[in-house]
Ligand binder design. Structure first.
Ligand code: JB2
Length: 282
C-alpha cells in the first residue's frame, strides 16, 4: 500500500462523508491542512480543555481515551480493511466515536459493507489501493490469520490510532496501540497495555496491569484478571476468562467459556473449565 499525496477526495459525493472531507485551506497561504494534523491539534486542545471539565464530551472525557503515553484517541479519517460483519461493527464504533470513515478496502467489491444502505463506498483491493494523505487504515477483518496476512502487506506507519466506543471505559493510565478498536461496553483498567491492532470486543474486561499482544482478539464478554497476559495473535474466545497473573502464549486459541488457570504455551488450543490443551492454535 502506498501513500497518495494528493488531497483526499470524498468517495461518495453527496453523502455525509463528502461534507466531512472538505479539506480546509489556510486563508493567507492557500495551503491545505491535512485532516490528520487538524485532528491531532484539536485532540490536544480539546483533551486539555476537557481534562478541566470532566464529562462534557463523551469522547474526550478523562478516563475514556487519554492514554499513559500522553496521546488521546485518534480522530483521523480511517479506511476500513475488510467489509464483512466485523467491519460493520467497527464502522459503528467509528461513527459513535466521531471518527470519519472514508470507505472500505475489500477483495470483494460487493462486500456487505459496500452493499449496506448505511455502509460506505468500496475503494479497491488491498494490493491495488492507494491510501489518501491524511487518512489511516483500521483492520476490520475478524479472522486473525487473515488480519496477520493483510498487516504483512501494509505499511505500519499508515495505521490509524486507536478508536474507542464512547460507552467503553479506558483508564487514562492504560496504553492502546495503533489500530486497536475498543468495542461498546468494554473496560480497560489501569496500566493495561493493548498491542497494535488488537480487538477489544464488546463488553470485554481487561483488568489492571494486563499485557495484550499485537493483533490478539479478546472476543465478546471475555475477562482478563489483573496482571494476566495474552500473546500476539491469540484468540480469547467468547466469555472465556484468564485468571489473574496467568499467561497465555502467542497464536493460541482459548475456547469459548474456558477458564484458564495455568500458563498456556505458544500455539496451544485450550478449552473447558479449568482449561486443558486439545492441540495447536491459530
Ligand atoms: O486478505 C484480505 C481479505 N480476506 C478477507 N484482504 C481484504 N482486503 N479483504 C479480505 N477479506 C474480506 O473480509 C472478505 O472479502 C469479507 O468481506 C471480509 C470478512 O467478512 P466476514 O463477514 O466473513 O467475517 P468478519 O471477519 O467480518 O467477521 C468474523 O469475525 C468477527 C470477529 C465473523 O466470524 C464474525 O461473526 C465475528 N464477530
Amino acid at each position: 500500500m502506498l501513500r497518495d499525496r494528493r488531497p483526499m477526495q470524498p468517495p461518495n459525493a453527496g453523502t455525509e462523508q463528502a461534507v466531512r472531507f472538505q479539506i480546509p485551506t489556510h486563508p493567507a497561504s492557500g495551503c491545505a491542512y491535512s485532516p490528520a494534523s487538524i485532528g491531532r491539534r484539536a485532540d490536544l486542545i480539546l483533551g486539555r480543555l476537557f481534562s478541566f471539565w470532566p464529562g462534557l464530551d463523551p469522547i474526550f472525557a478523562p478516563g475514556r481515551t487519554a492514554m499513559a503515553d500522553g496521546r488521546t484517541m485518534s480522530r483521523m479519517p480511517v479506511i476500513l480493511i475488510g467489509g464483512g460483519g466485523h467491519a460493520g461493527v467497527v464502522l459503528e464504533v467509528c461513527r459513535a466515536a466521531g471518527v470519519p470513515v472514508v470507505g472500505v478496502v475489500d477483495d470483494d467489491p460487493d462486500c456487505p459493507l459496500a452493499r449496506a444502505p448505511d455502509g460506505v463506498g468500496w475503494l479497491g483491493r488491498t494490493d491495488s489501493f492507494v491510501i489518501p494523505d491524511g487518512a489511516g487504515y483500521l483492520i476490520a477483518i475478524g479472522d486473525l490469520a487473515a488480519r496477520a496476512r493483510v498487516l504483512g502487506l501494509l505499511d505500519a506507519g499508515l495505521a490509524s490510532g486507536p478508536v474507542v466506543h464512547p460507552s467503553a471505559v479506558v483508564s487514562p493510565a492504560a496504553r492502546l496501540g495503533d489500530g486497536v478498536v475498543v468495542m461498546p461496553g468494554a473496560v480497560v483498567n489501569r496500566a493495561a497495555d493493548i498491542g497494535d491492532h488488537a480487538i477489544v470486543n464488546t463488553r470485554t474486561v481487561v483488568e489492571h496491569d494486563c499485557m495484550v499482544g499485537a493483533n490478539a482478539h479478546l472476543a465478546p464478554g471475555s475477562v482478563l484478571g489483573g496482571g494476566a497476559s495474552v500473546g500476539a495473535g491469540t484468540l480469547i474466545g467468547i466469555q472465556a476468562a484468564v485468571l489473574p497473573g496467568v499467561g497465555v502464549g502467542e497464536r493460541c486459541v482459548v475456547g469459548a467459556g474456558a477458564v484458564v488457570t495455568r500458563n498456556v504455551p505458544d500455539g496451544a488450543t485450550v478449552v473447558g473449565v479449568p482449561a486443558r490443551s486439545v492441540g495447536v492454535g491459530v
